[in-house]
Design a protein around this ligand. Structure first.
Ligand code: ZN
Length: 306
C-alpha cells in the first residue's frame, strides 16, 4: 500500500511545481524503437534514454530536482530495466545537475566537462540559481562523471552501439559531445543544436558551432534531439546553422564599416529568428560574443599575414 501513496504525493508535487511556475510539462516521445526523448516544456533542456537488453542509457539528467525525478519516473514507466549509464553532453547545470538522481549508473562525459564541473562549480551554481530560483539547489550534491574521454568513444551496451563524438574547436563549451546511434540513425545533439530557441553562446564560439553542425550533418541521422526545442530533422540543423551564419554575416558587415562593439550589439538582428524563444533576451549577448570572436579571427589573420 505504501507505493501508490508515494506516487500520489509525487504526482501532486509535480503538478504543484508546474502549476506554480505556469510551465508546460516535459513531453516523452519515442523516436525509434526503445529510444526516447524527453522534450522540455517551453524550450527547457531535453533529455533522452535508450533501452538496451542490459539496461538503460540516459542522455543528460536535467537540472532542477523535480525535472530529474520526472525523468527517472518516465524511465520507470517505460521499462523495469535499471539505468546503467548516464551520458552528459556538456557541463551546463540544466543537463548535468540531475546526475545525483542516477548515482547507481556509470556517468560518462568528455574530460573537459568533468573539469568544468569542478573548476567552475561556484560560478556555475550562482548562474543556475539565477535561472531556476534561489531554492533550486537545495539538497544538491555535485555528482561527477566517473569515466571520461578526449576525442571519441564507442559504447556497446545490451545489443546497441552508441558513438560519443567530441567536435573541435569549441562549439557550445570545450567539452561538448553529441551522441550518435548509427543503427537507429538517431543523434542526441546536446546544445550543439537548438530548435525554436536561441542559444547563449557565452562559453562557445560560432566557428566551432558551424564545424559541429557539419559533423552532425555527416551522420545522416533521420531524427535529431536538440539540447533545447522539439525533436528535429536535418532541415532543422540547416535552420540553426542559418542563425549562426546570420550572426556572423551581419556582425562581419558592421565591422567592415568600422562599427564599435556596442553598435554591433544593438544592430545585429538575425531577423529570420525573431519568433524563437529568448530572441529578445539573448540576441544582444550573442551579437557581442560574435563581435569579440570575429575581431580575434581578424587579428589572427593579420598576425599570420605579416
Ligand atoms: Zn548548454
Amino acid at each position: 500500500m505504501k507505493k501508490p501513496l508515494v506516487l500520489v504525493f509525487f504526482v501532486q508535487f509535480i503538478v504543484m511545481i508546474f502549476a506554480s511556475t505556469a510551465l508546460a510539462a516535459p513531453e516523452l516521445k519515442m523516436i525509434a524503437p526503445g529510444v526516447f526523448a524527453l522534450v522540455g516544456g517551453e524550450g527547457r533542456a531535453n533529455s533522452g534514454f535508450v533501452v538496451t537488453d542490459d539496461g538503460v542509457v540516459v542522455i543528460d539528467t536535467q537540472g532542477p530536482p523535480e525535472l530529474a525525478m520526472l525523468l527517472r519516473e518516465k524511465i520507470k514507466e517505460t521499462t523495469d530495466k535499471p539505468v546503467t549509464h548516464v551520458l552528459n553532453t556538456h557541463y551546463h547545470g540544466d543537463h548535468t545537475f540531475g546526475n545525483q538522481y542516477f548515482a547507481e549508473a556509470v556517468i560518462i562525459a568528455h574530460e573537459n566537462t568533468r573539469r568544468a564541473l569542478i573548476d567552475k562549480d561556484e560560478a556555475h551554481r550562482t548562474m543556475f540559481k539565477k535561472f531556476f530560483g534561489e531554492d533550486s539547489l537545495k539538497g544538491f550534491s555535485l555528482t561527477l562523471p566517473a569515466v571520461t574521454f578526449n576525442d571519441r568513444m564507442t559504447l556497446r551496451v545490451g545489443g546497441r552501439t552508441i558513438e560519443l563524438v567530441h567536435p573541435w574547436p569549441i562549439a557550445h563549451t570545450d567539452g561538448d559531445i553529441f551522441v550518435w546511434l548509427p543503427a537507429e540513425r538517431v543523434v542526441f545533439a546536446g546544445d550543439l543544436l537548438y530548435n525554436g530557441r536561441l542559444p547563449l553562446l557565452n562559453d562557445g564560439g560560432t566557428a566551432g558551432a558551424l564545424k559541429a553542425l557539419e559533423l552532425i550533418t555527416l551522420t545522416e541521422a533521420s531524427v535529431l534531439v536538440p539540447g533545447h526545442g522539439p525533436v528535429s530533422v536535418m532541415g532543422d540543423v540547416a535552420g540553426y546553422r542559418g542563425f549562426i551564419e546570420a550572426l556572423r554575416t551581419e556582425a562581419g558587415a558592421l565591422i567592415d564599416r568600422g562599427a564599435l562593439r556596442e553598435e554591433v550589439v544593438s544592430q545585429v538582428k538575425a531577423s529570420g529568428y525573431s519568433e524563437w524563444l529568448m530572441y529578445k533576451e539573448w540576441l544582444p549577448a550573442n551579437a557581442g560574443k560574435v563581435f569579440d570572436e570575429l575581431m580575434a579571427e581578424r587579428k589572427n589573420r593579420i598576425e599570420q599575414d605579416r
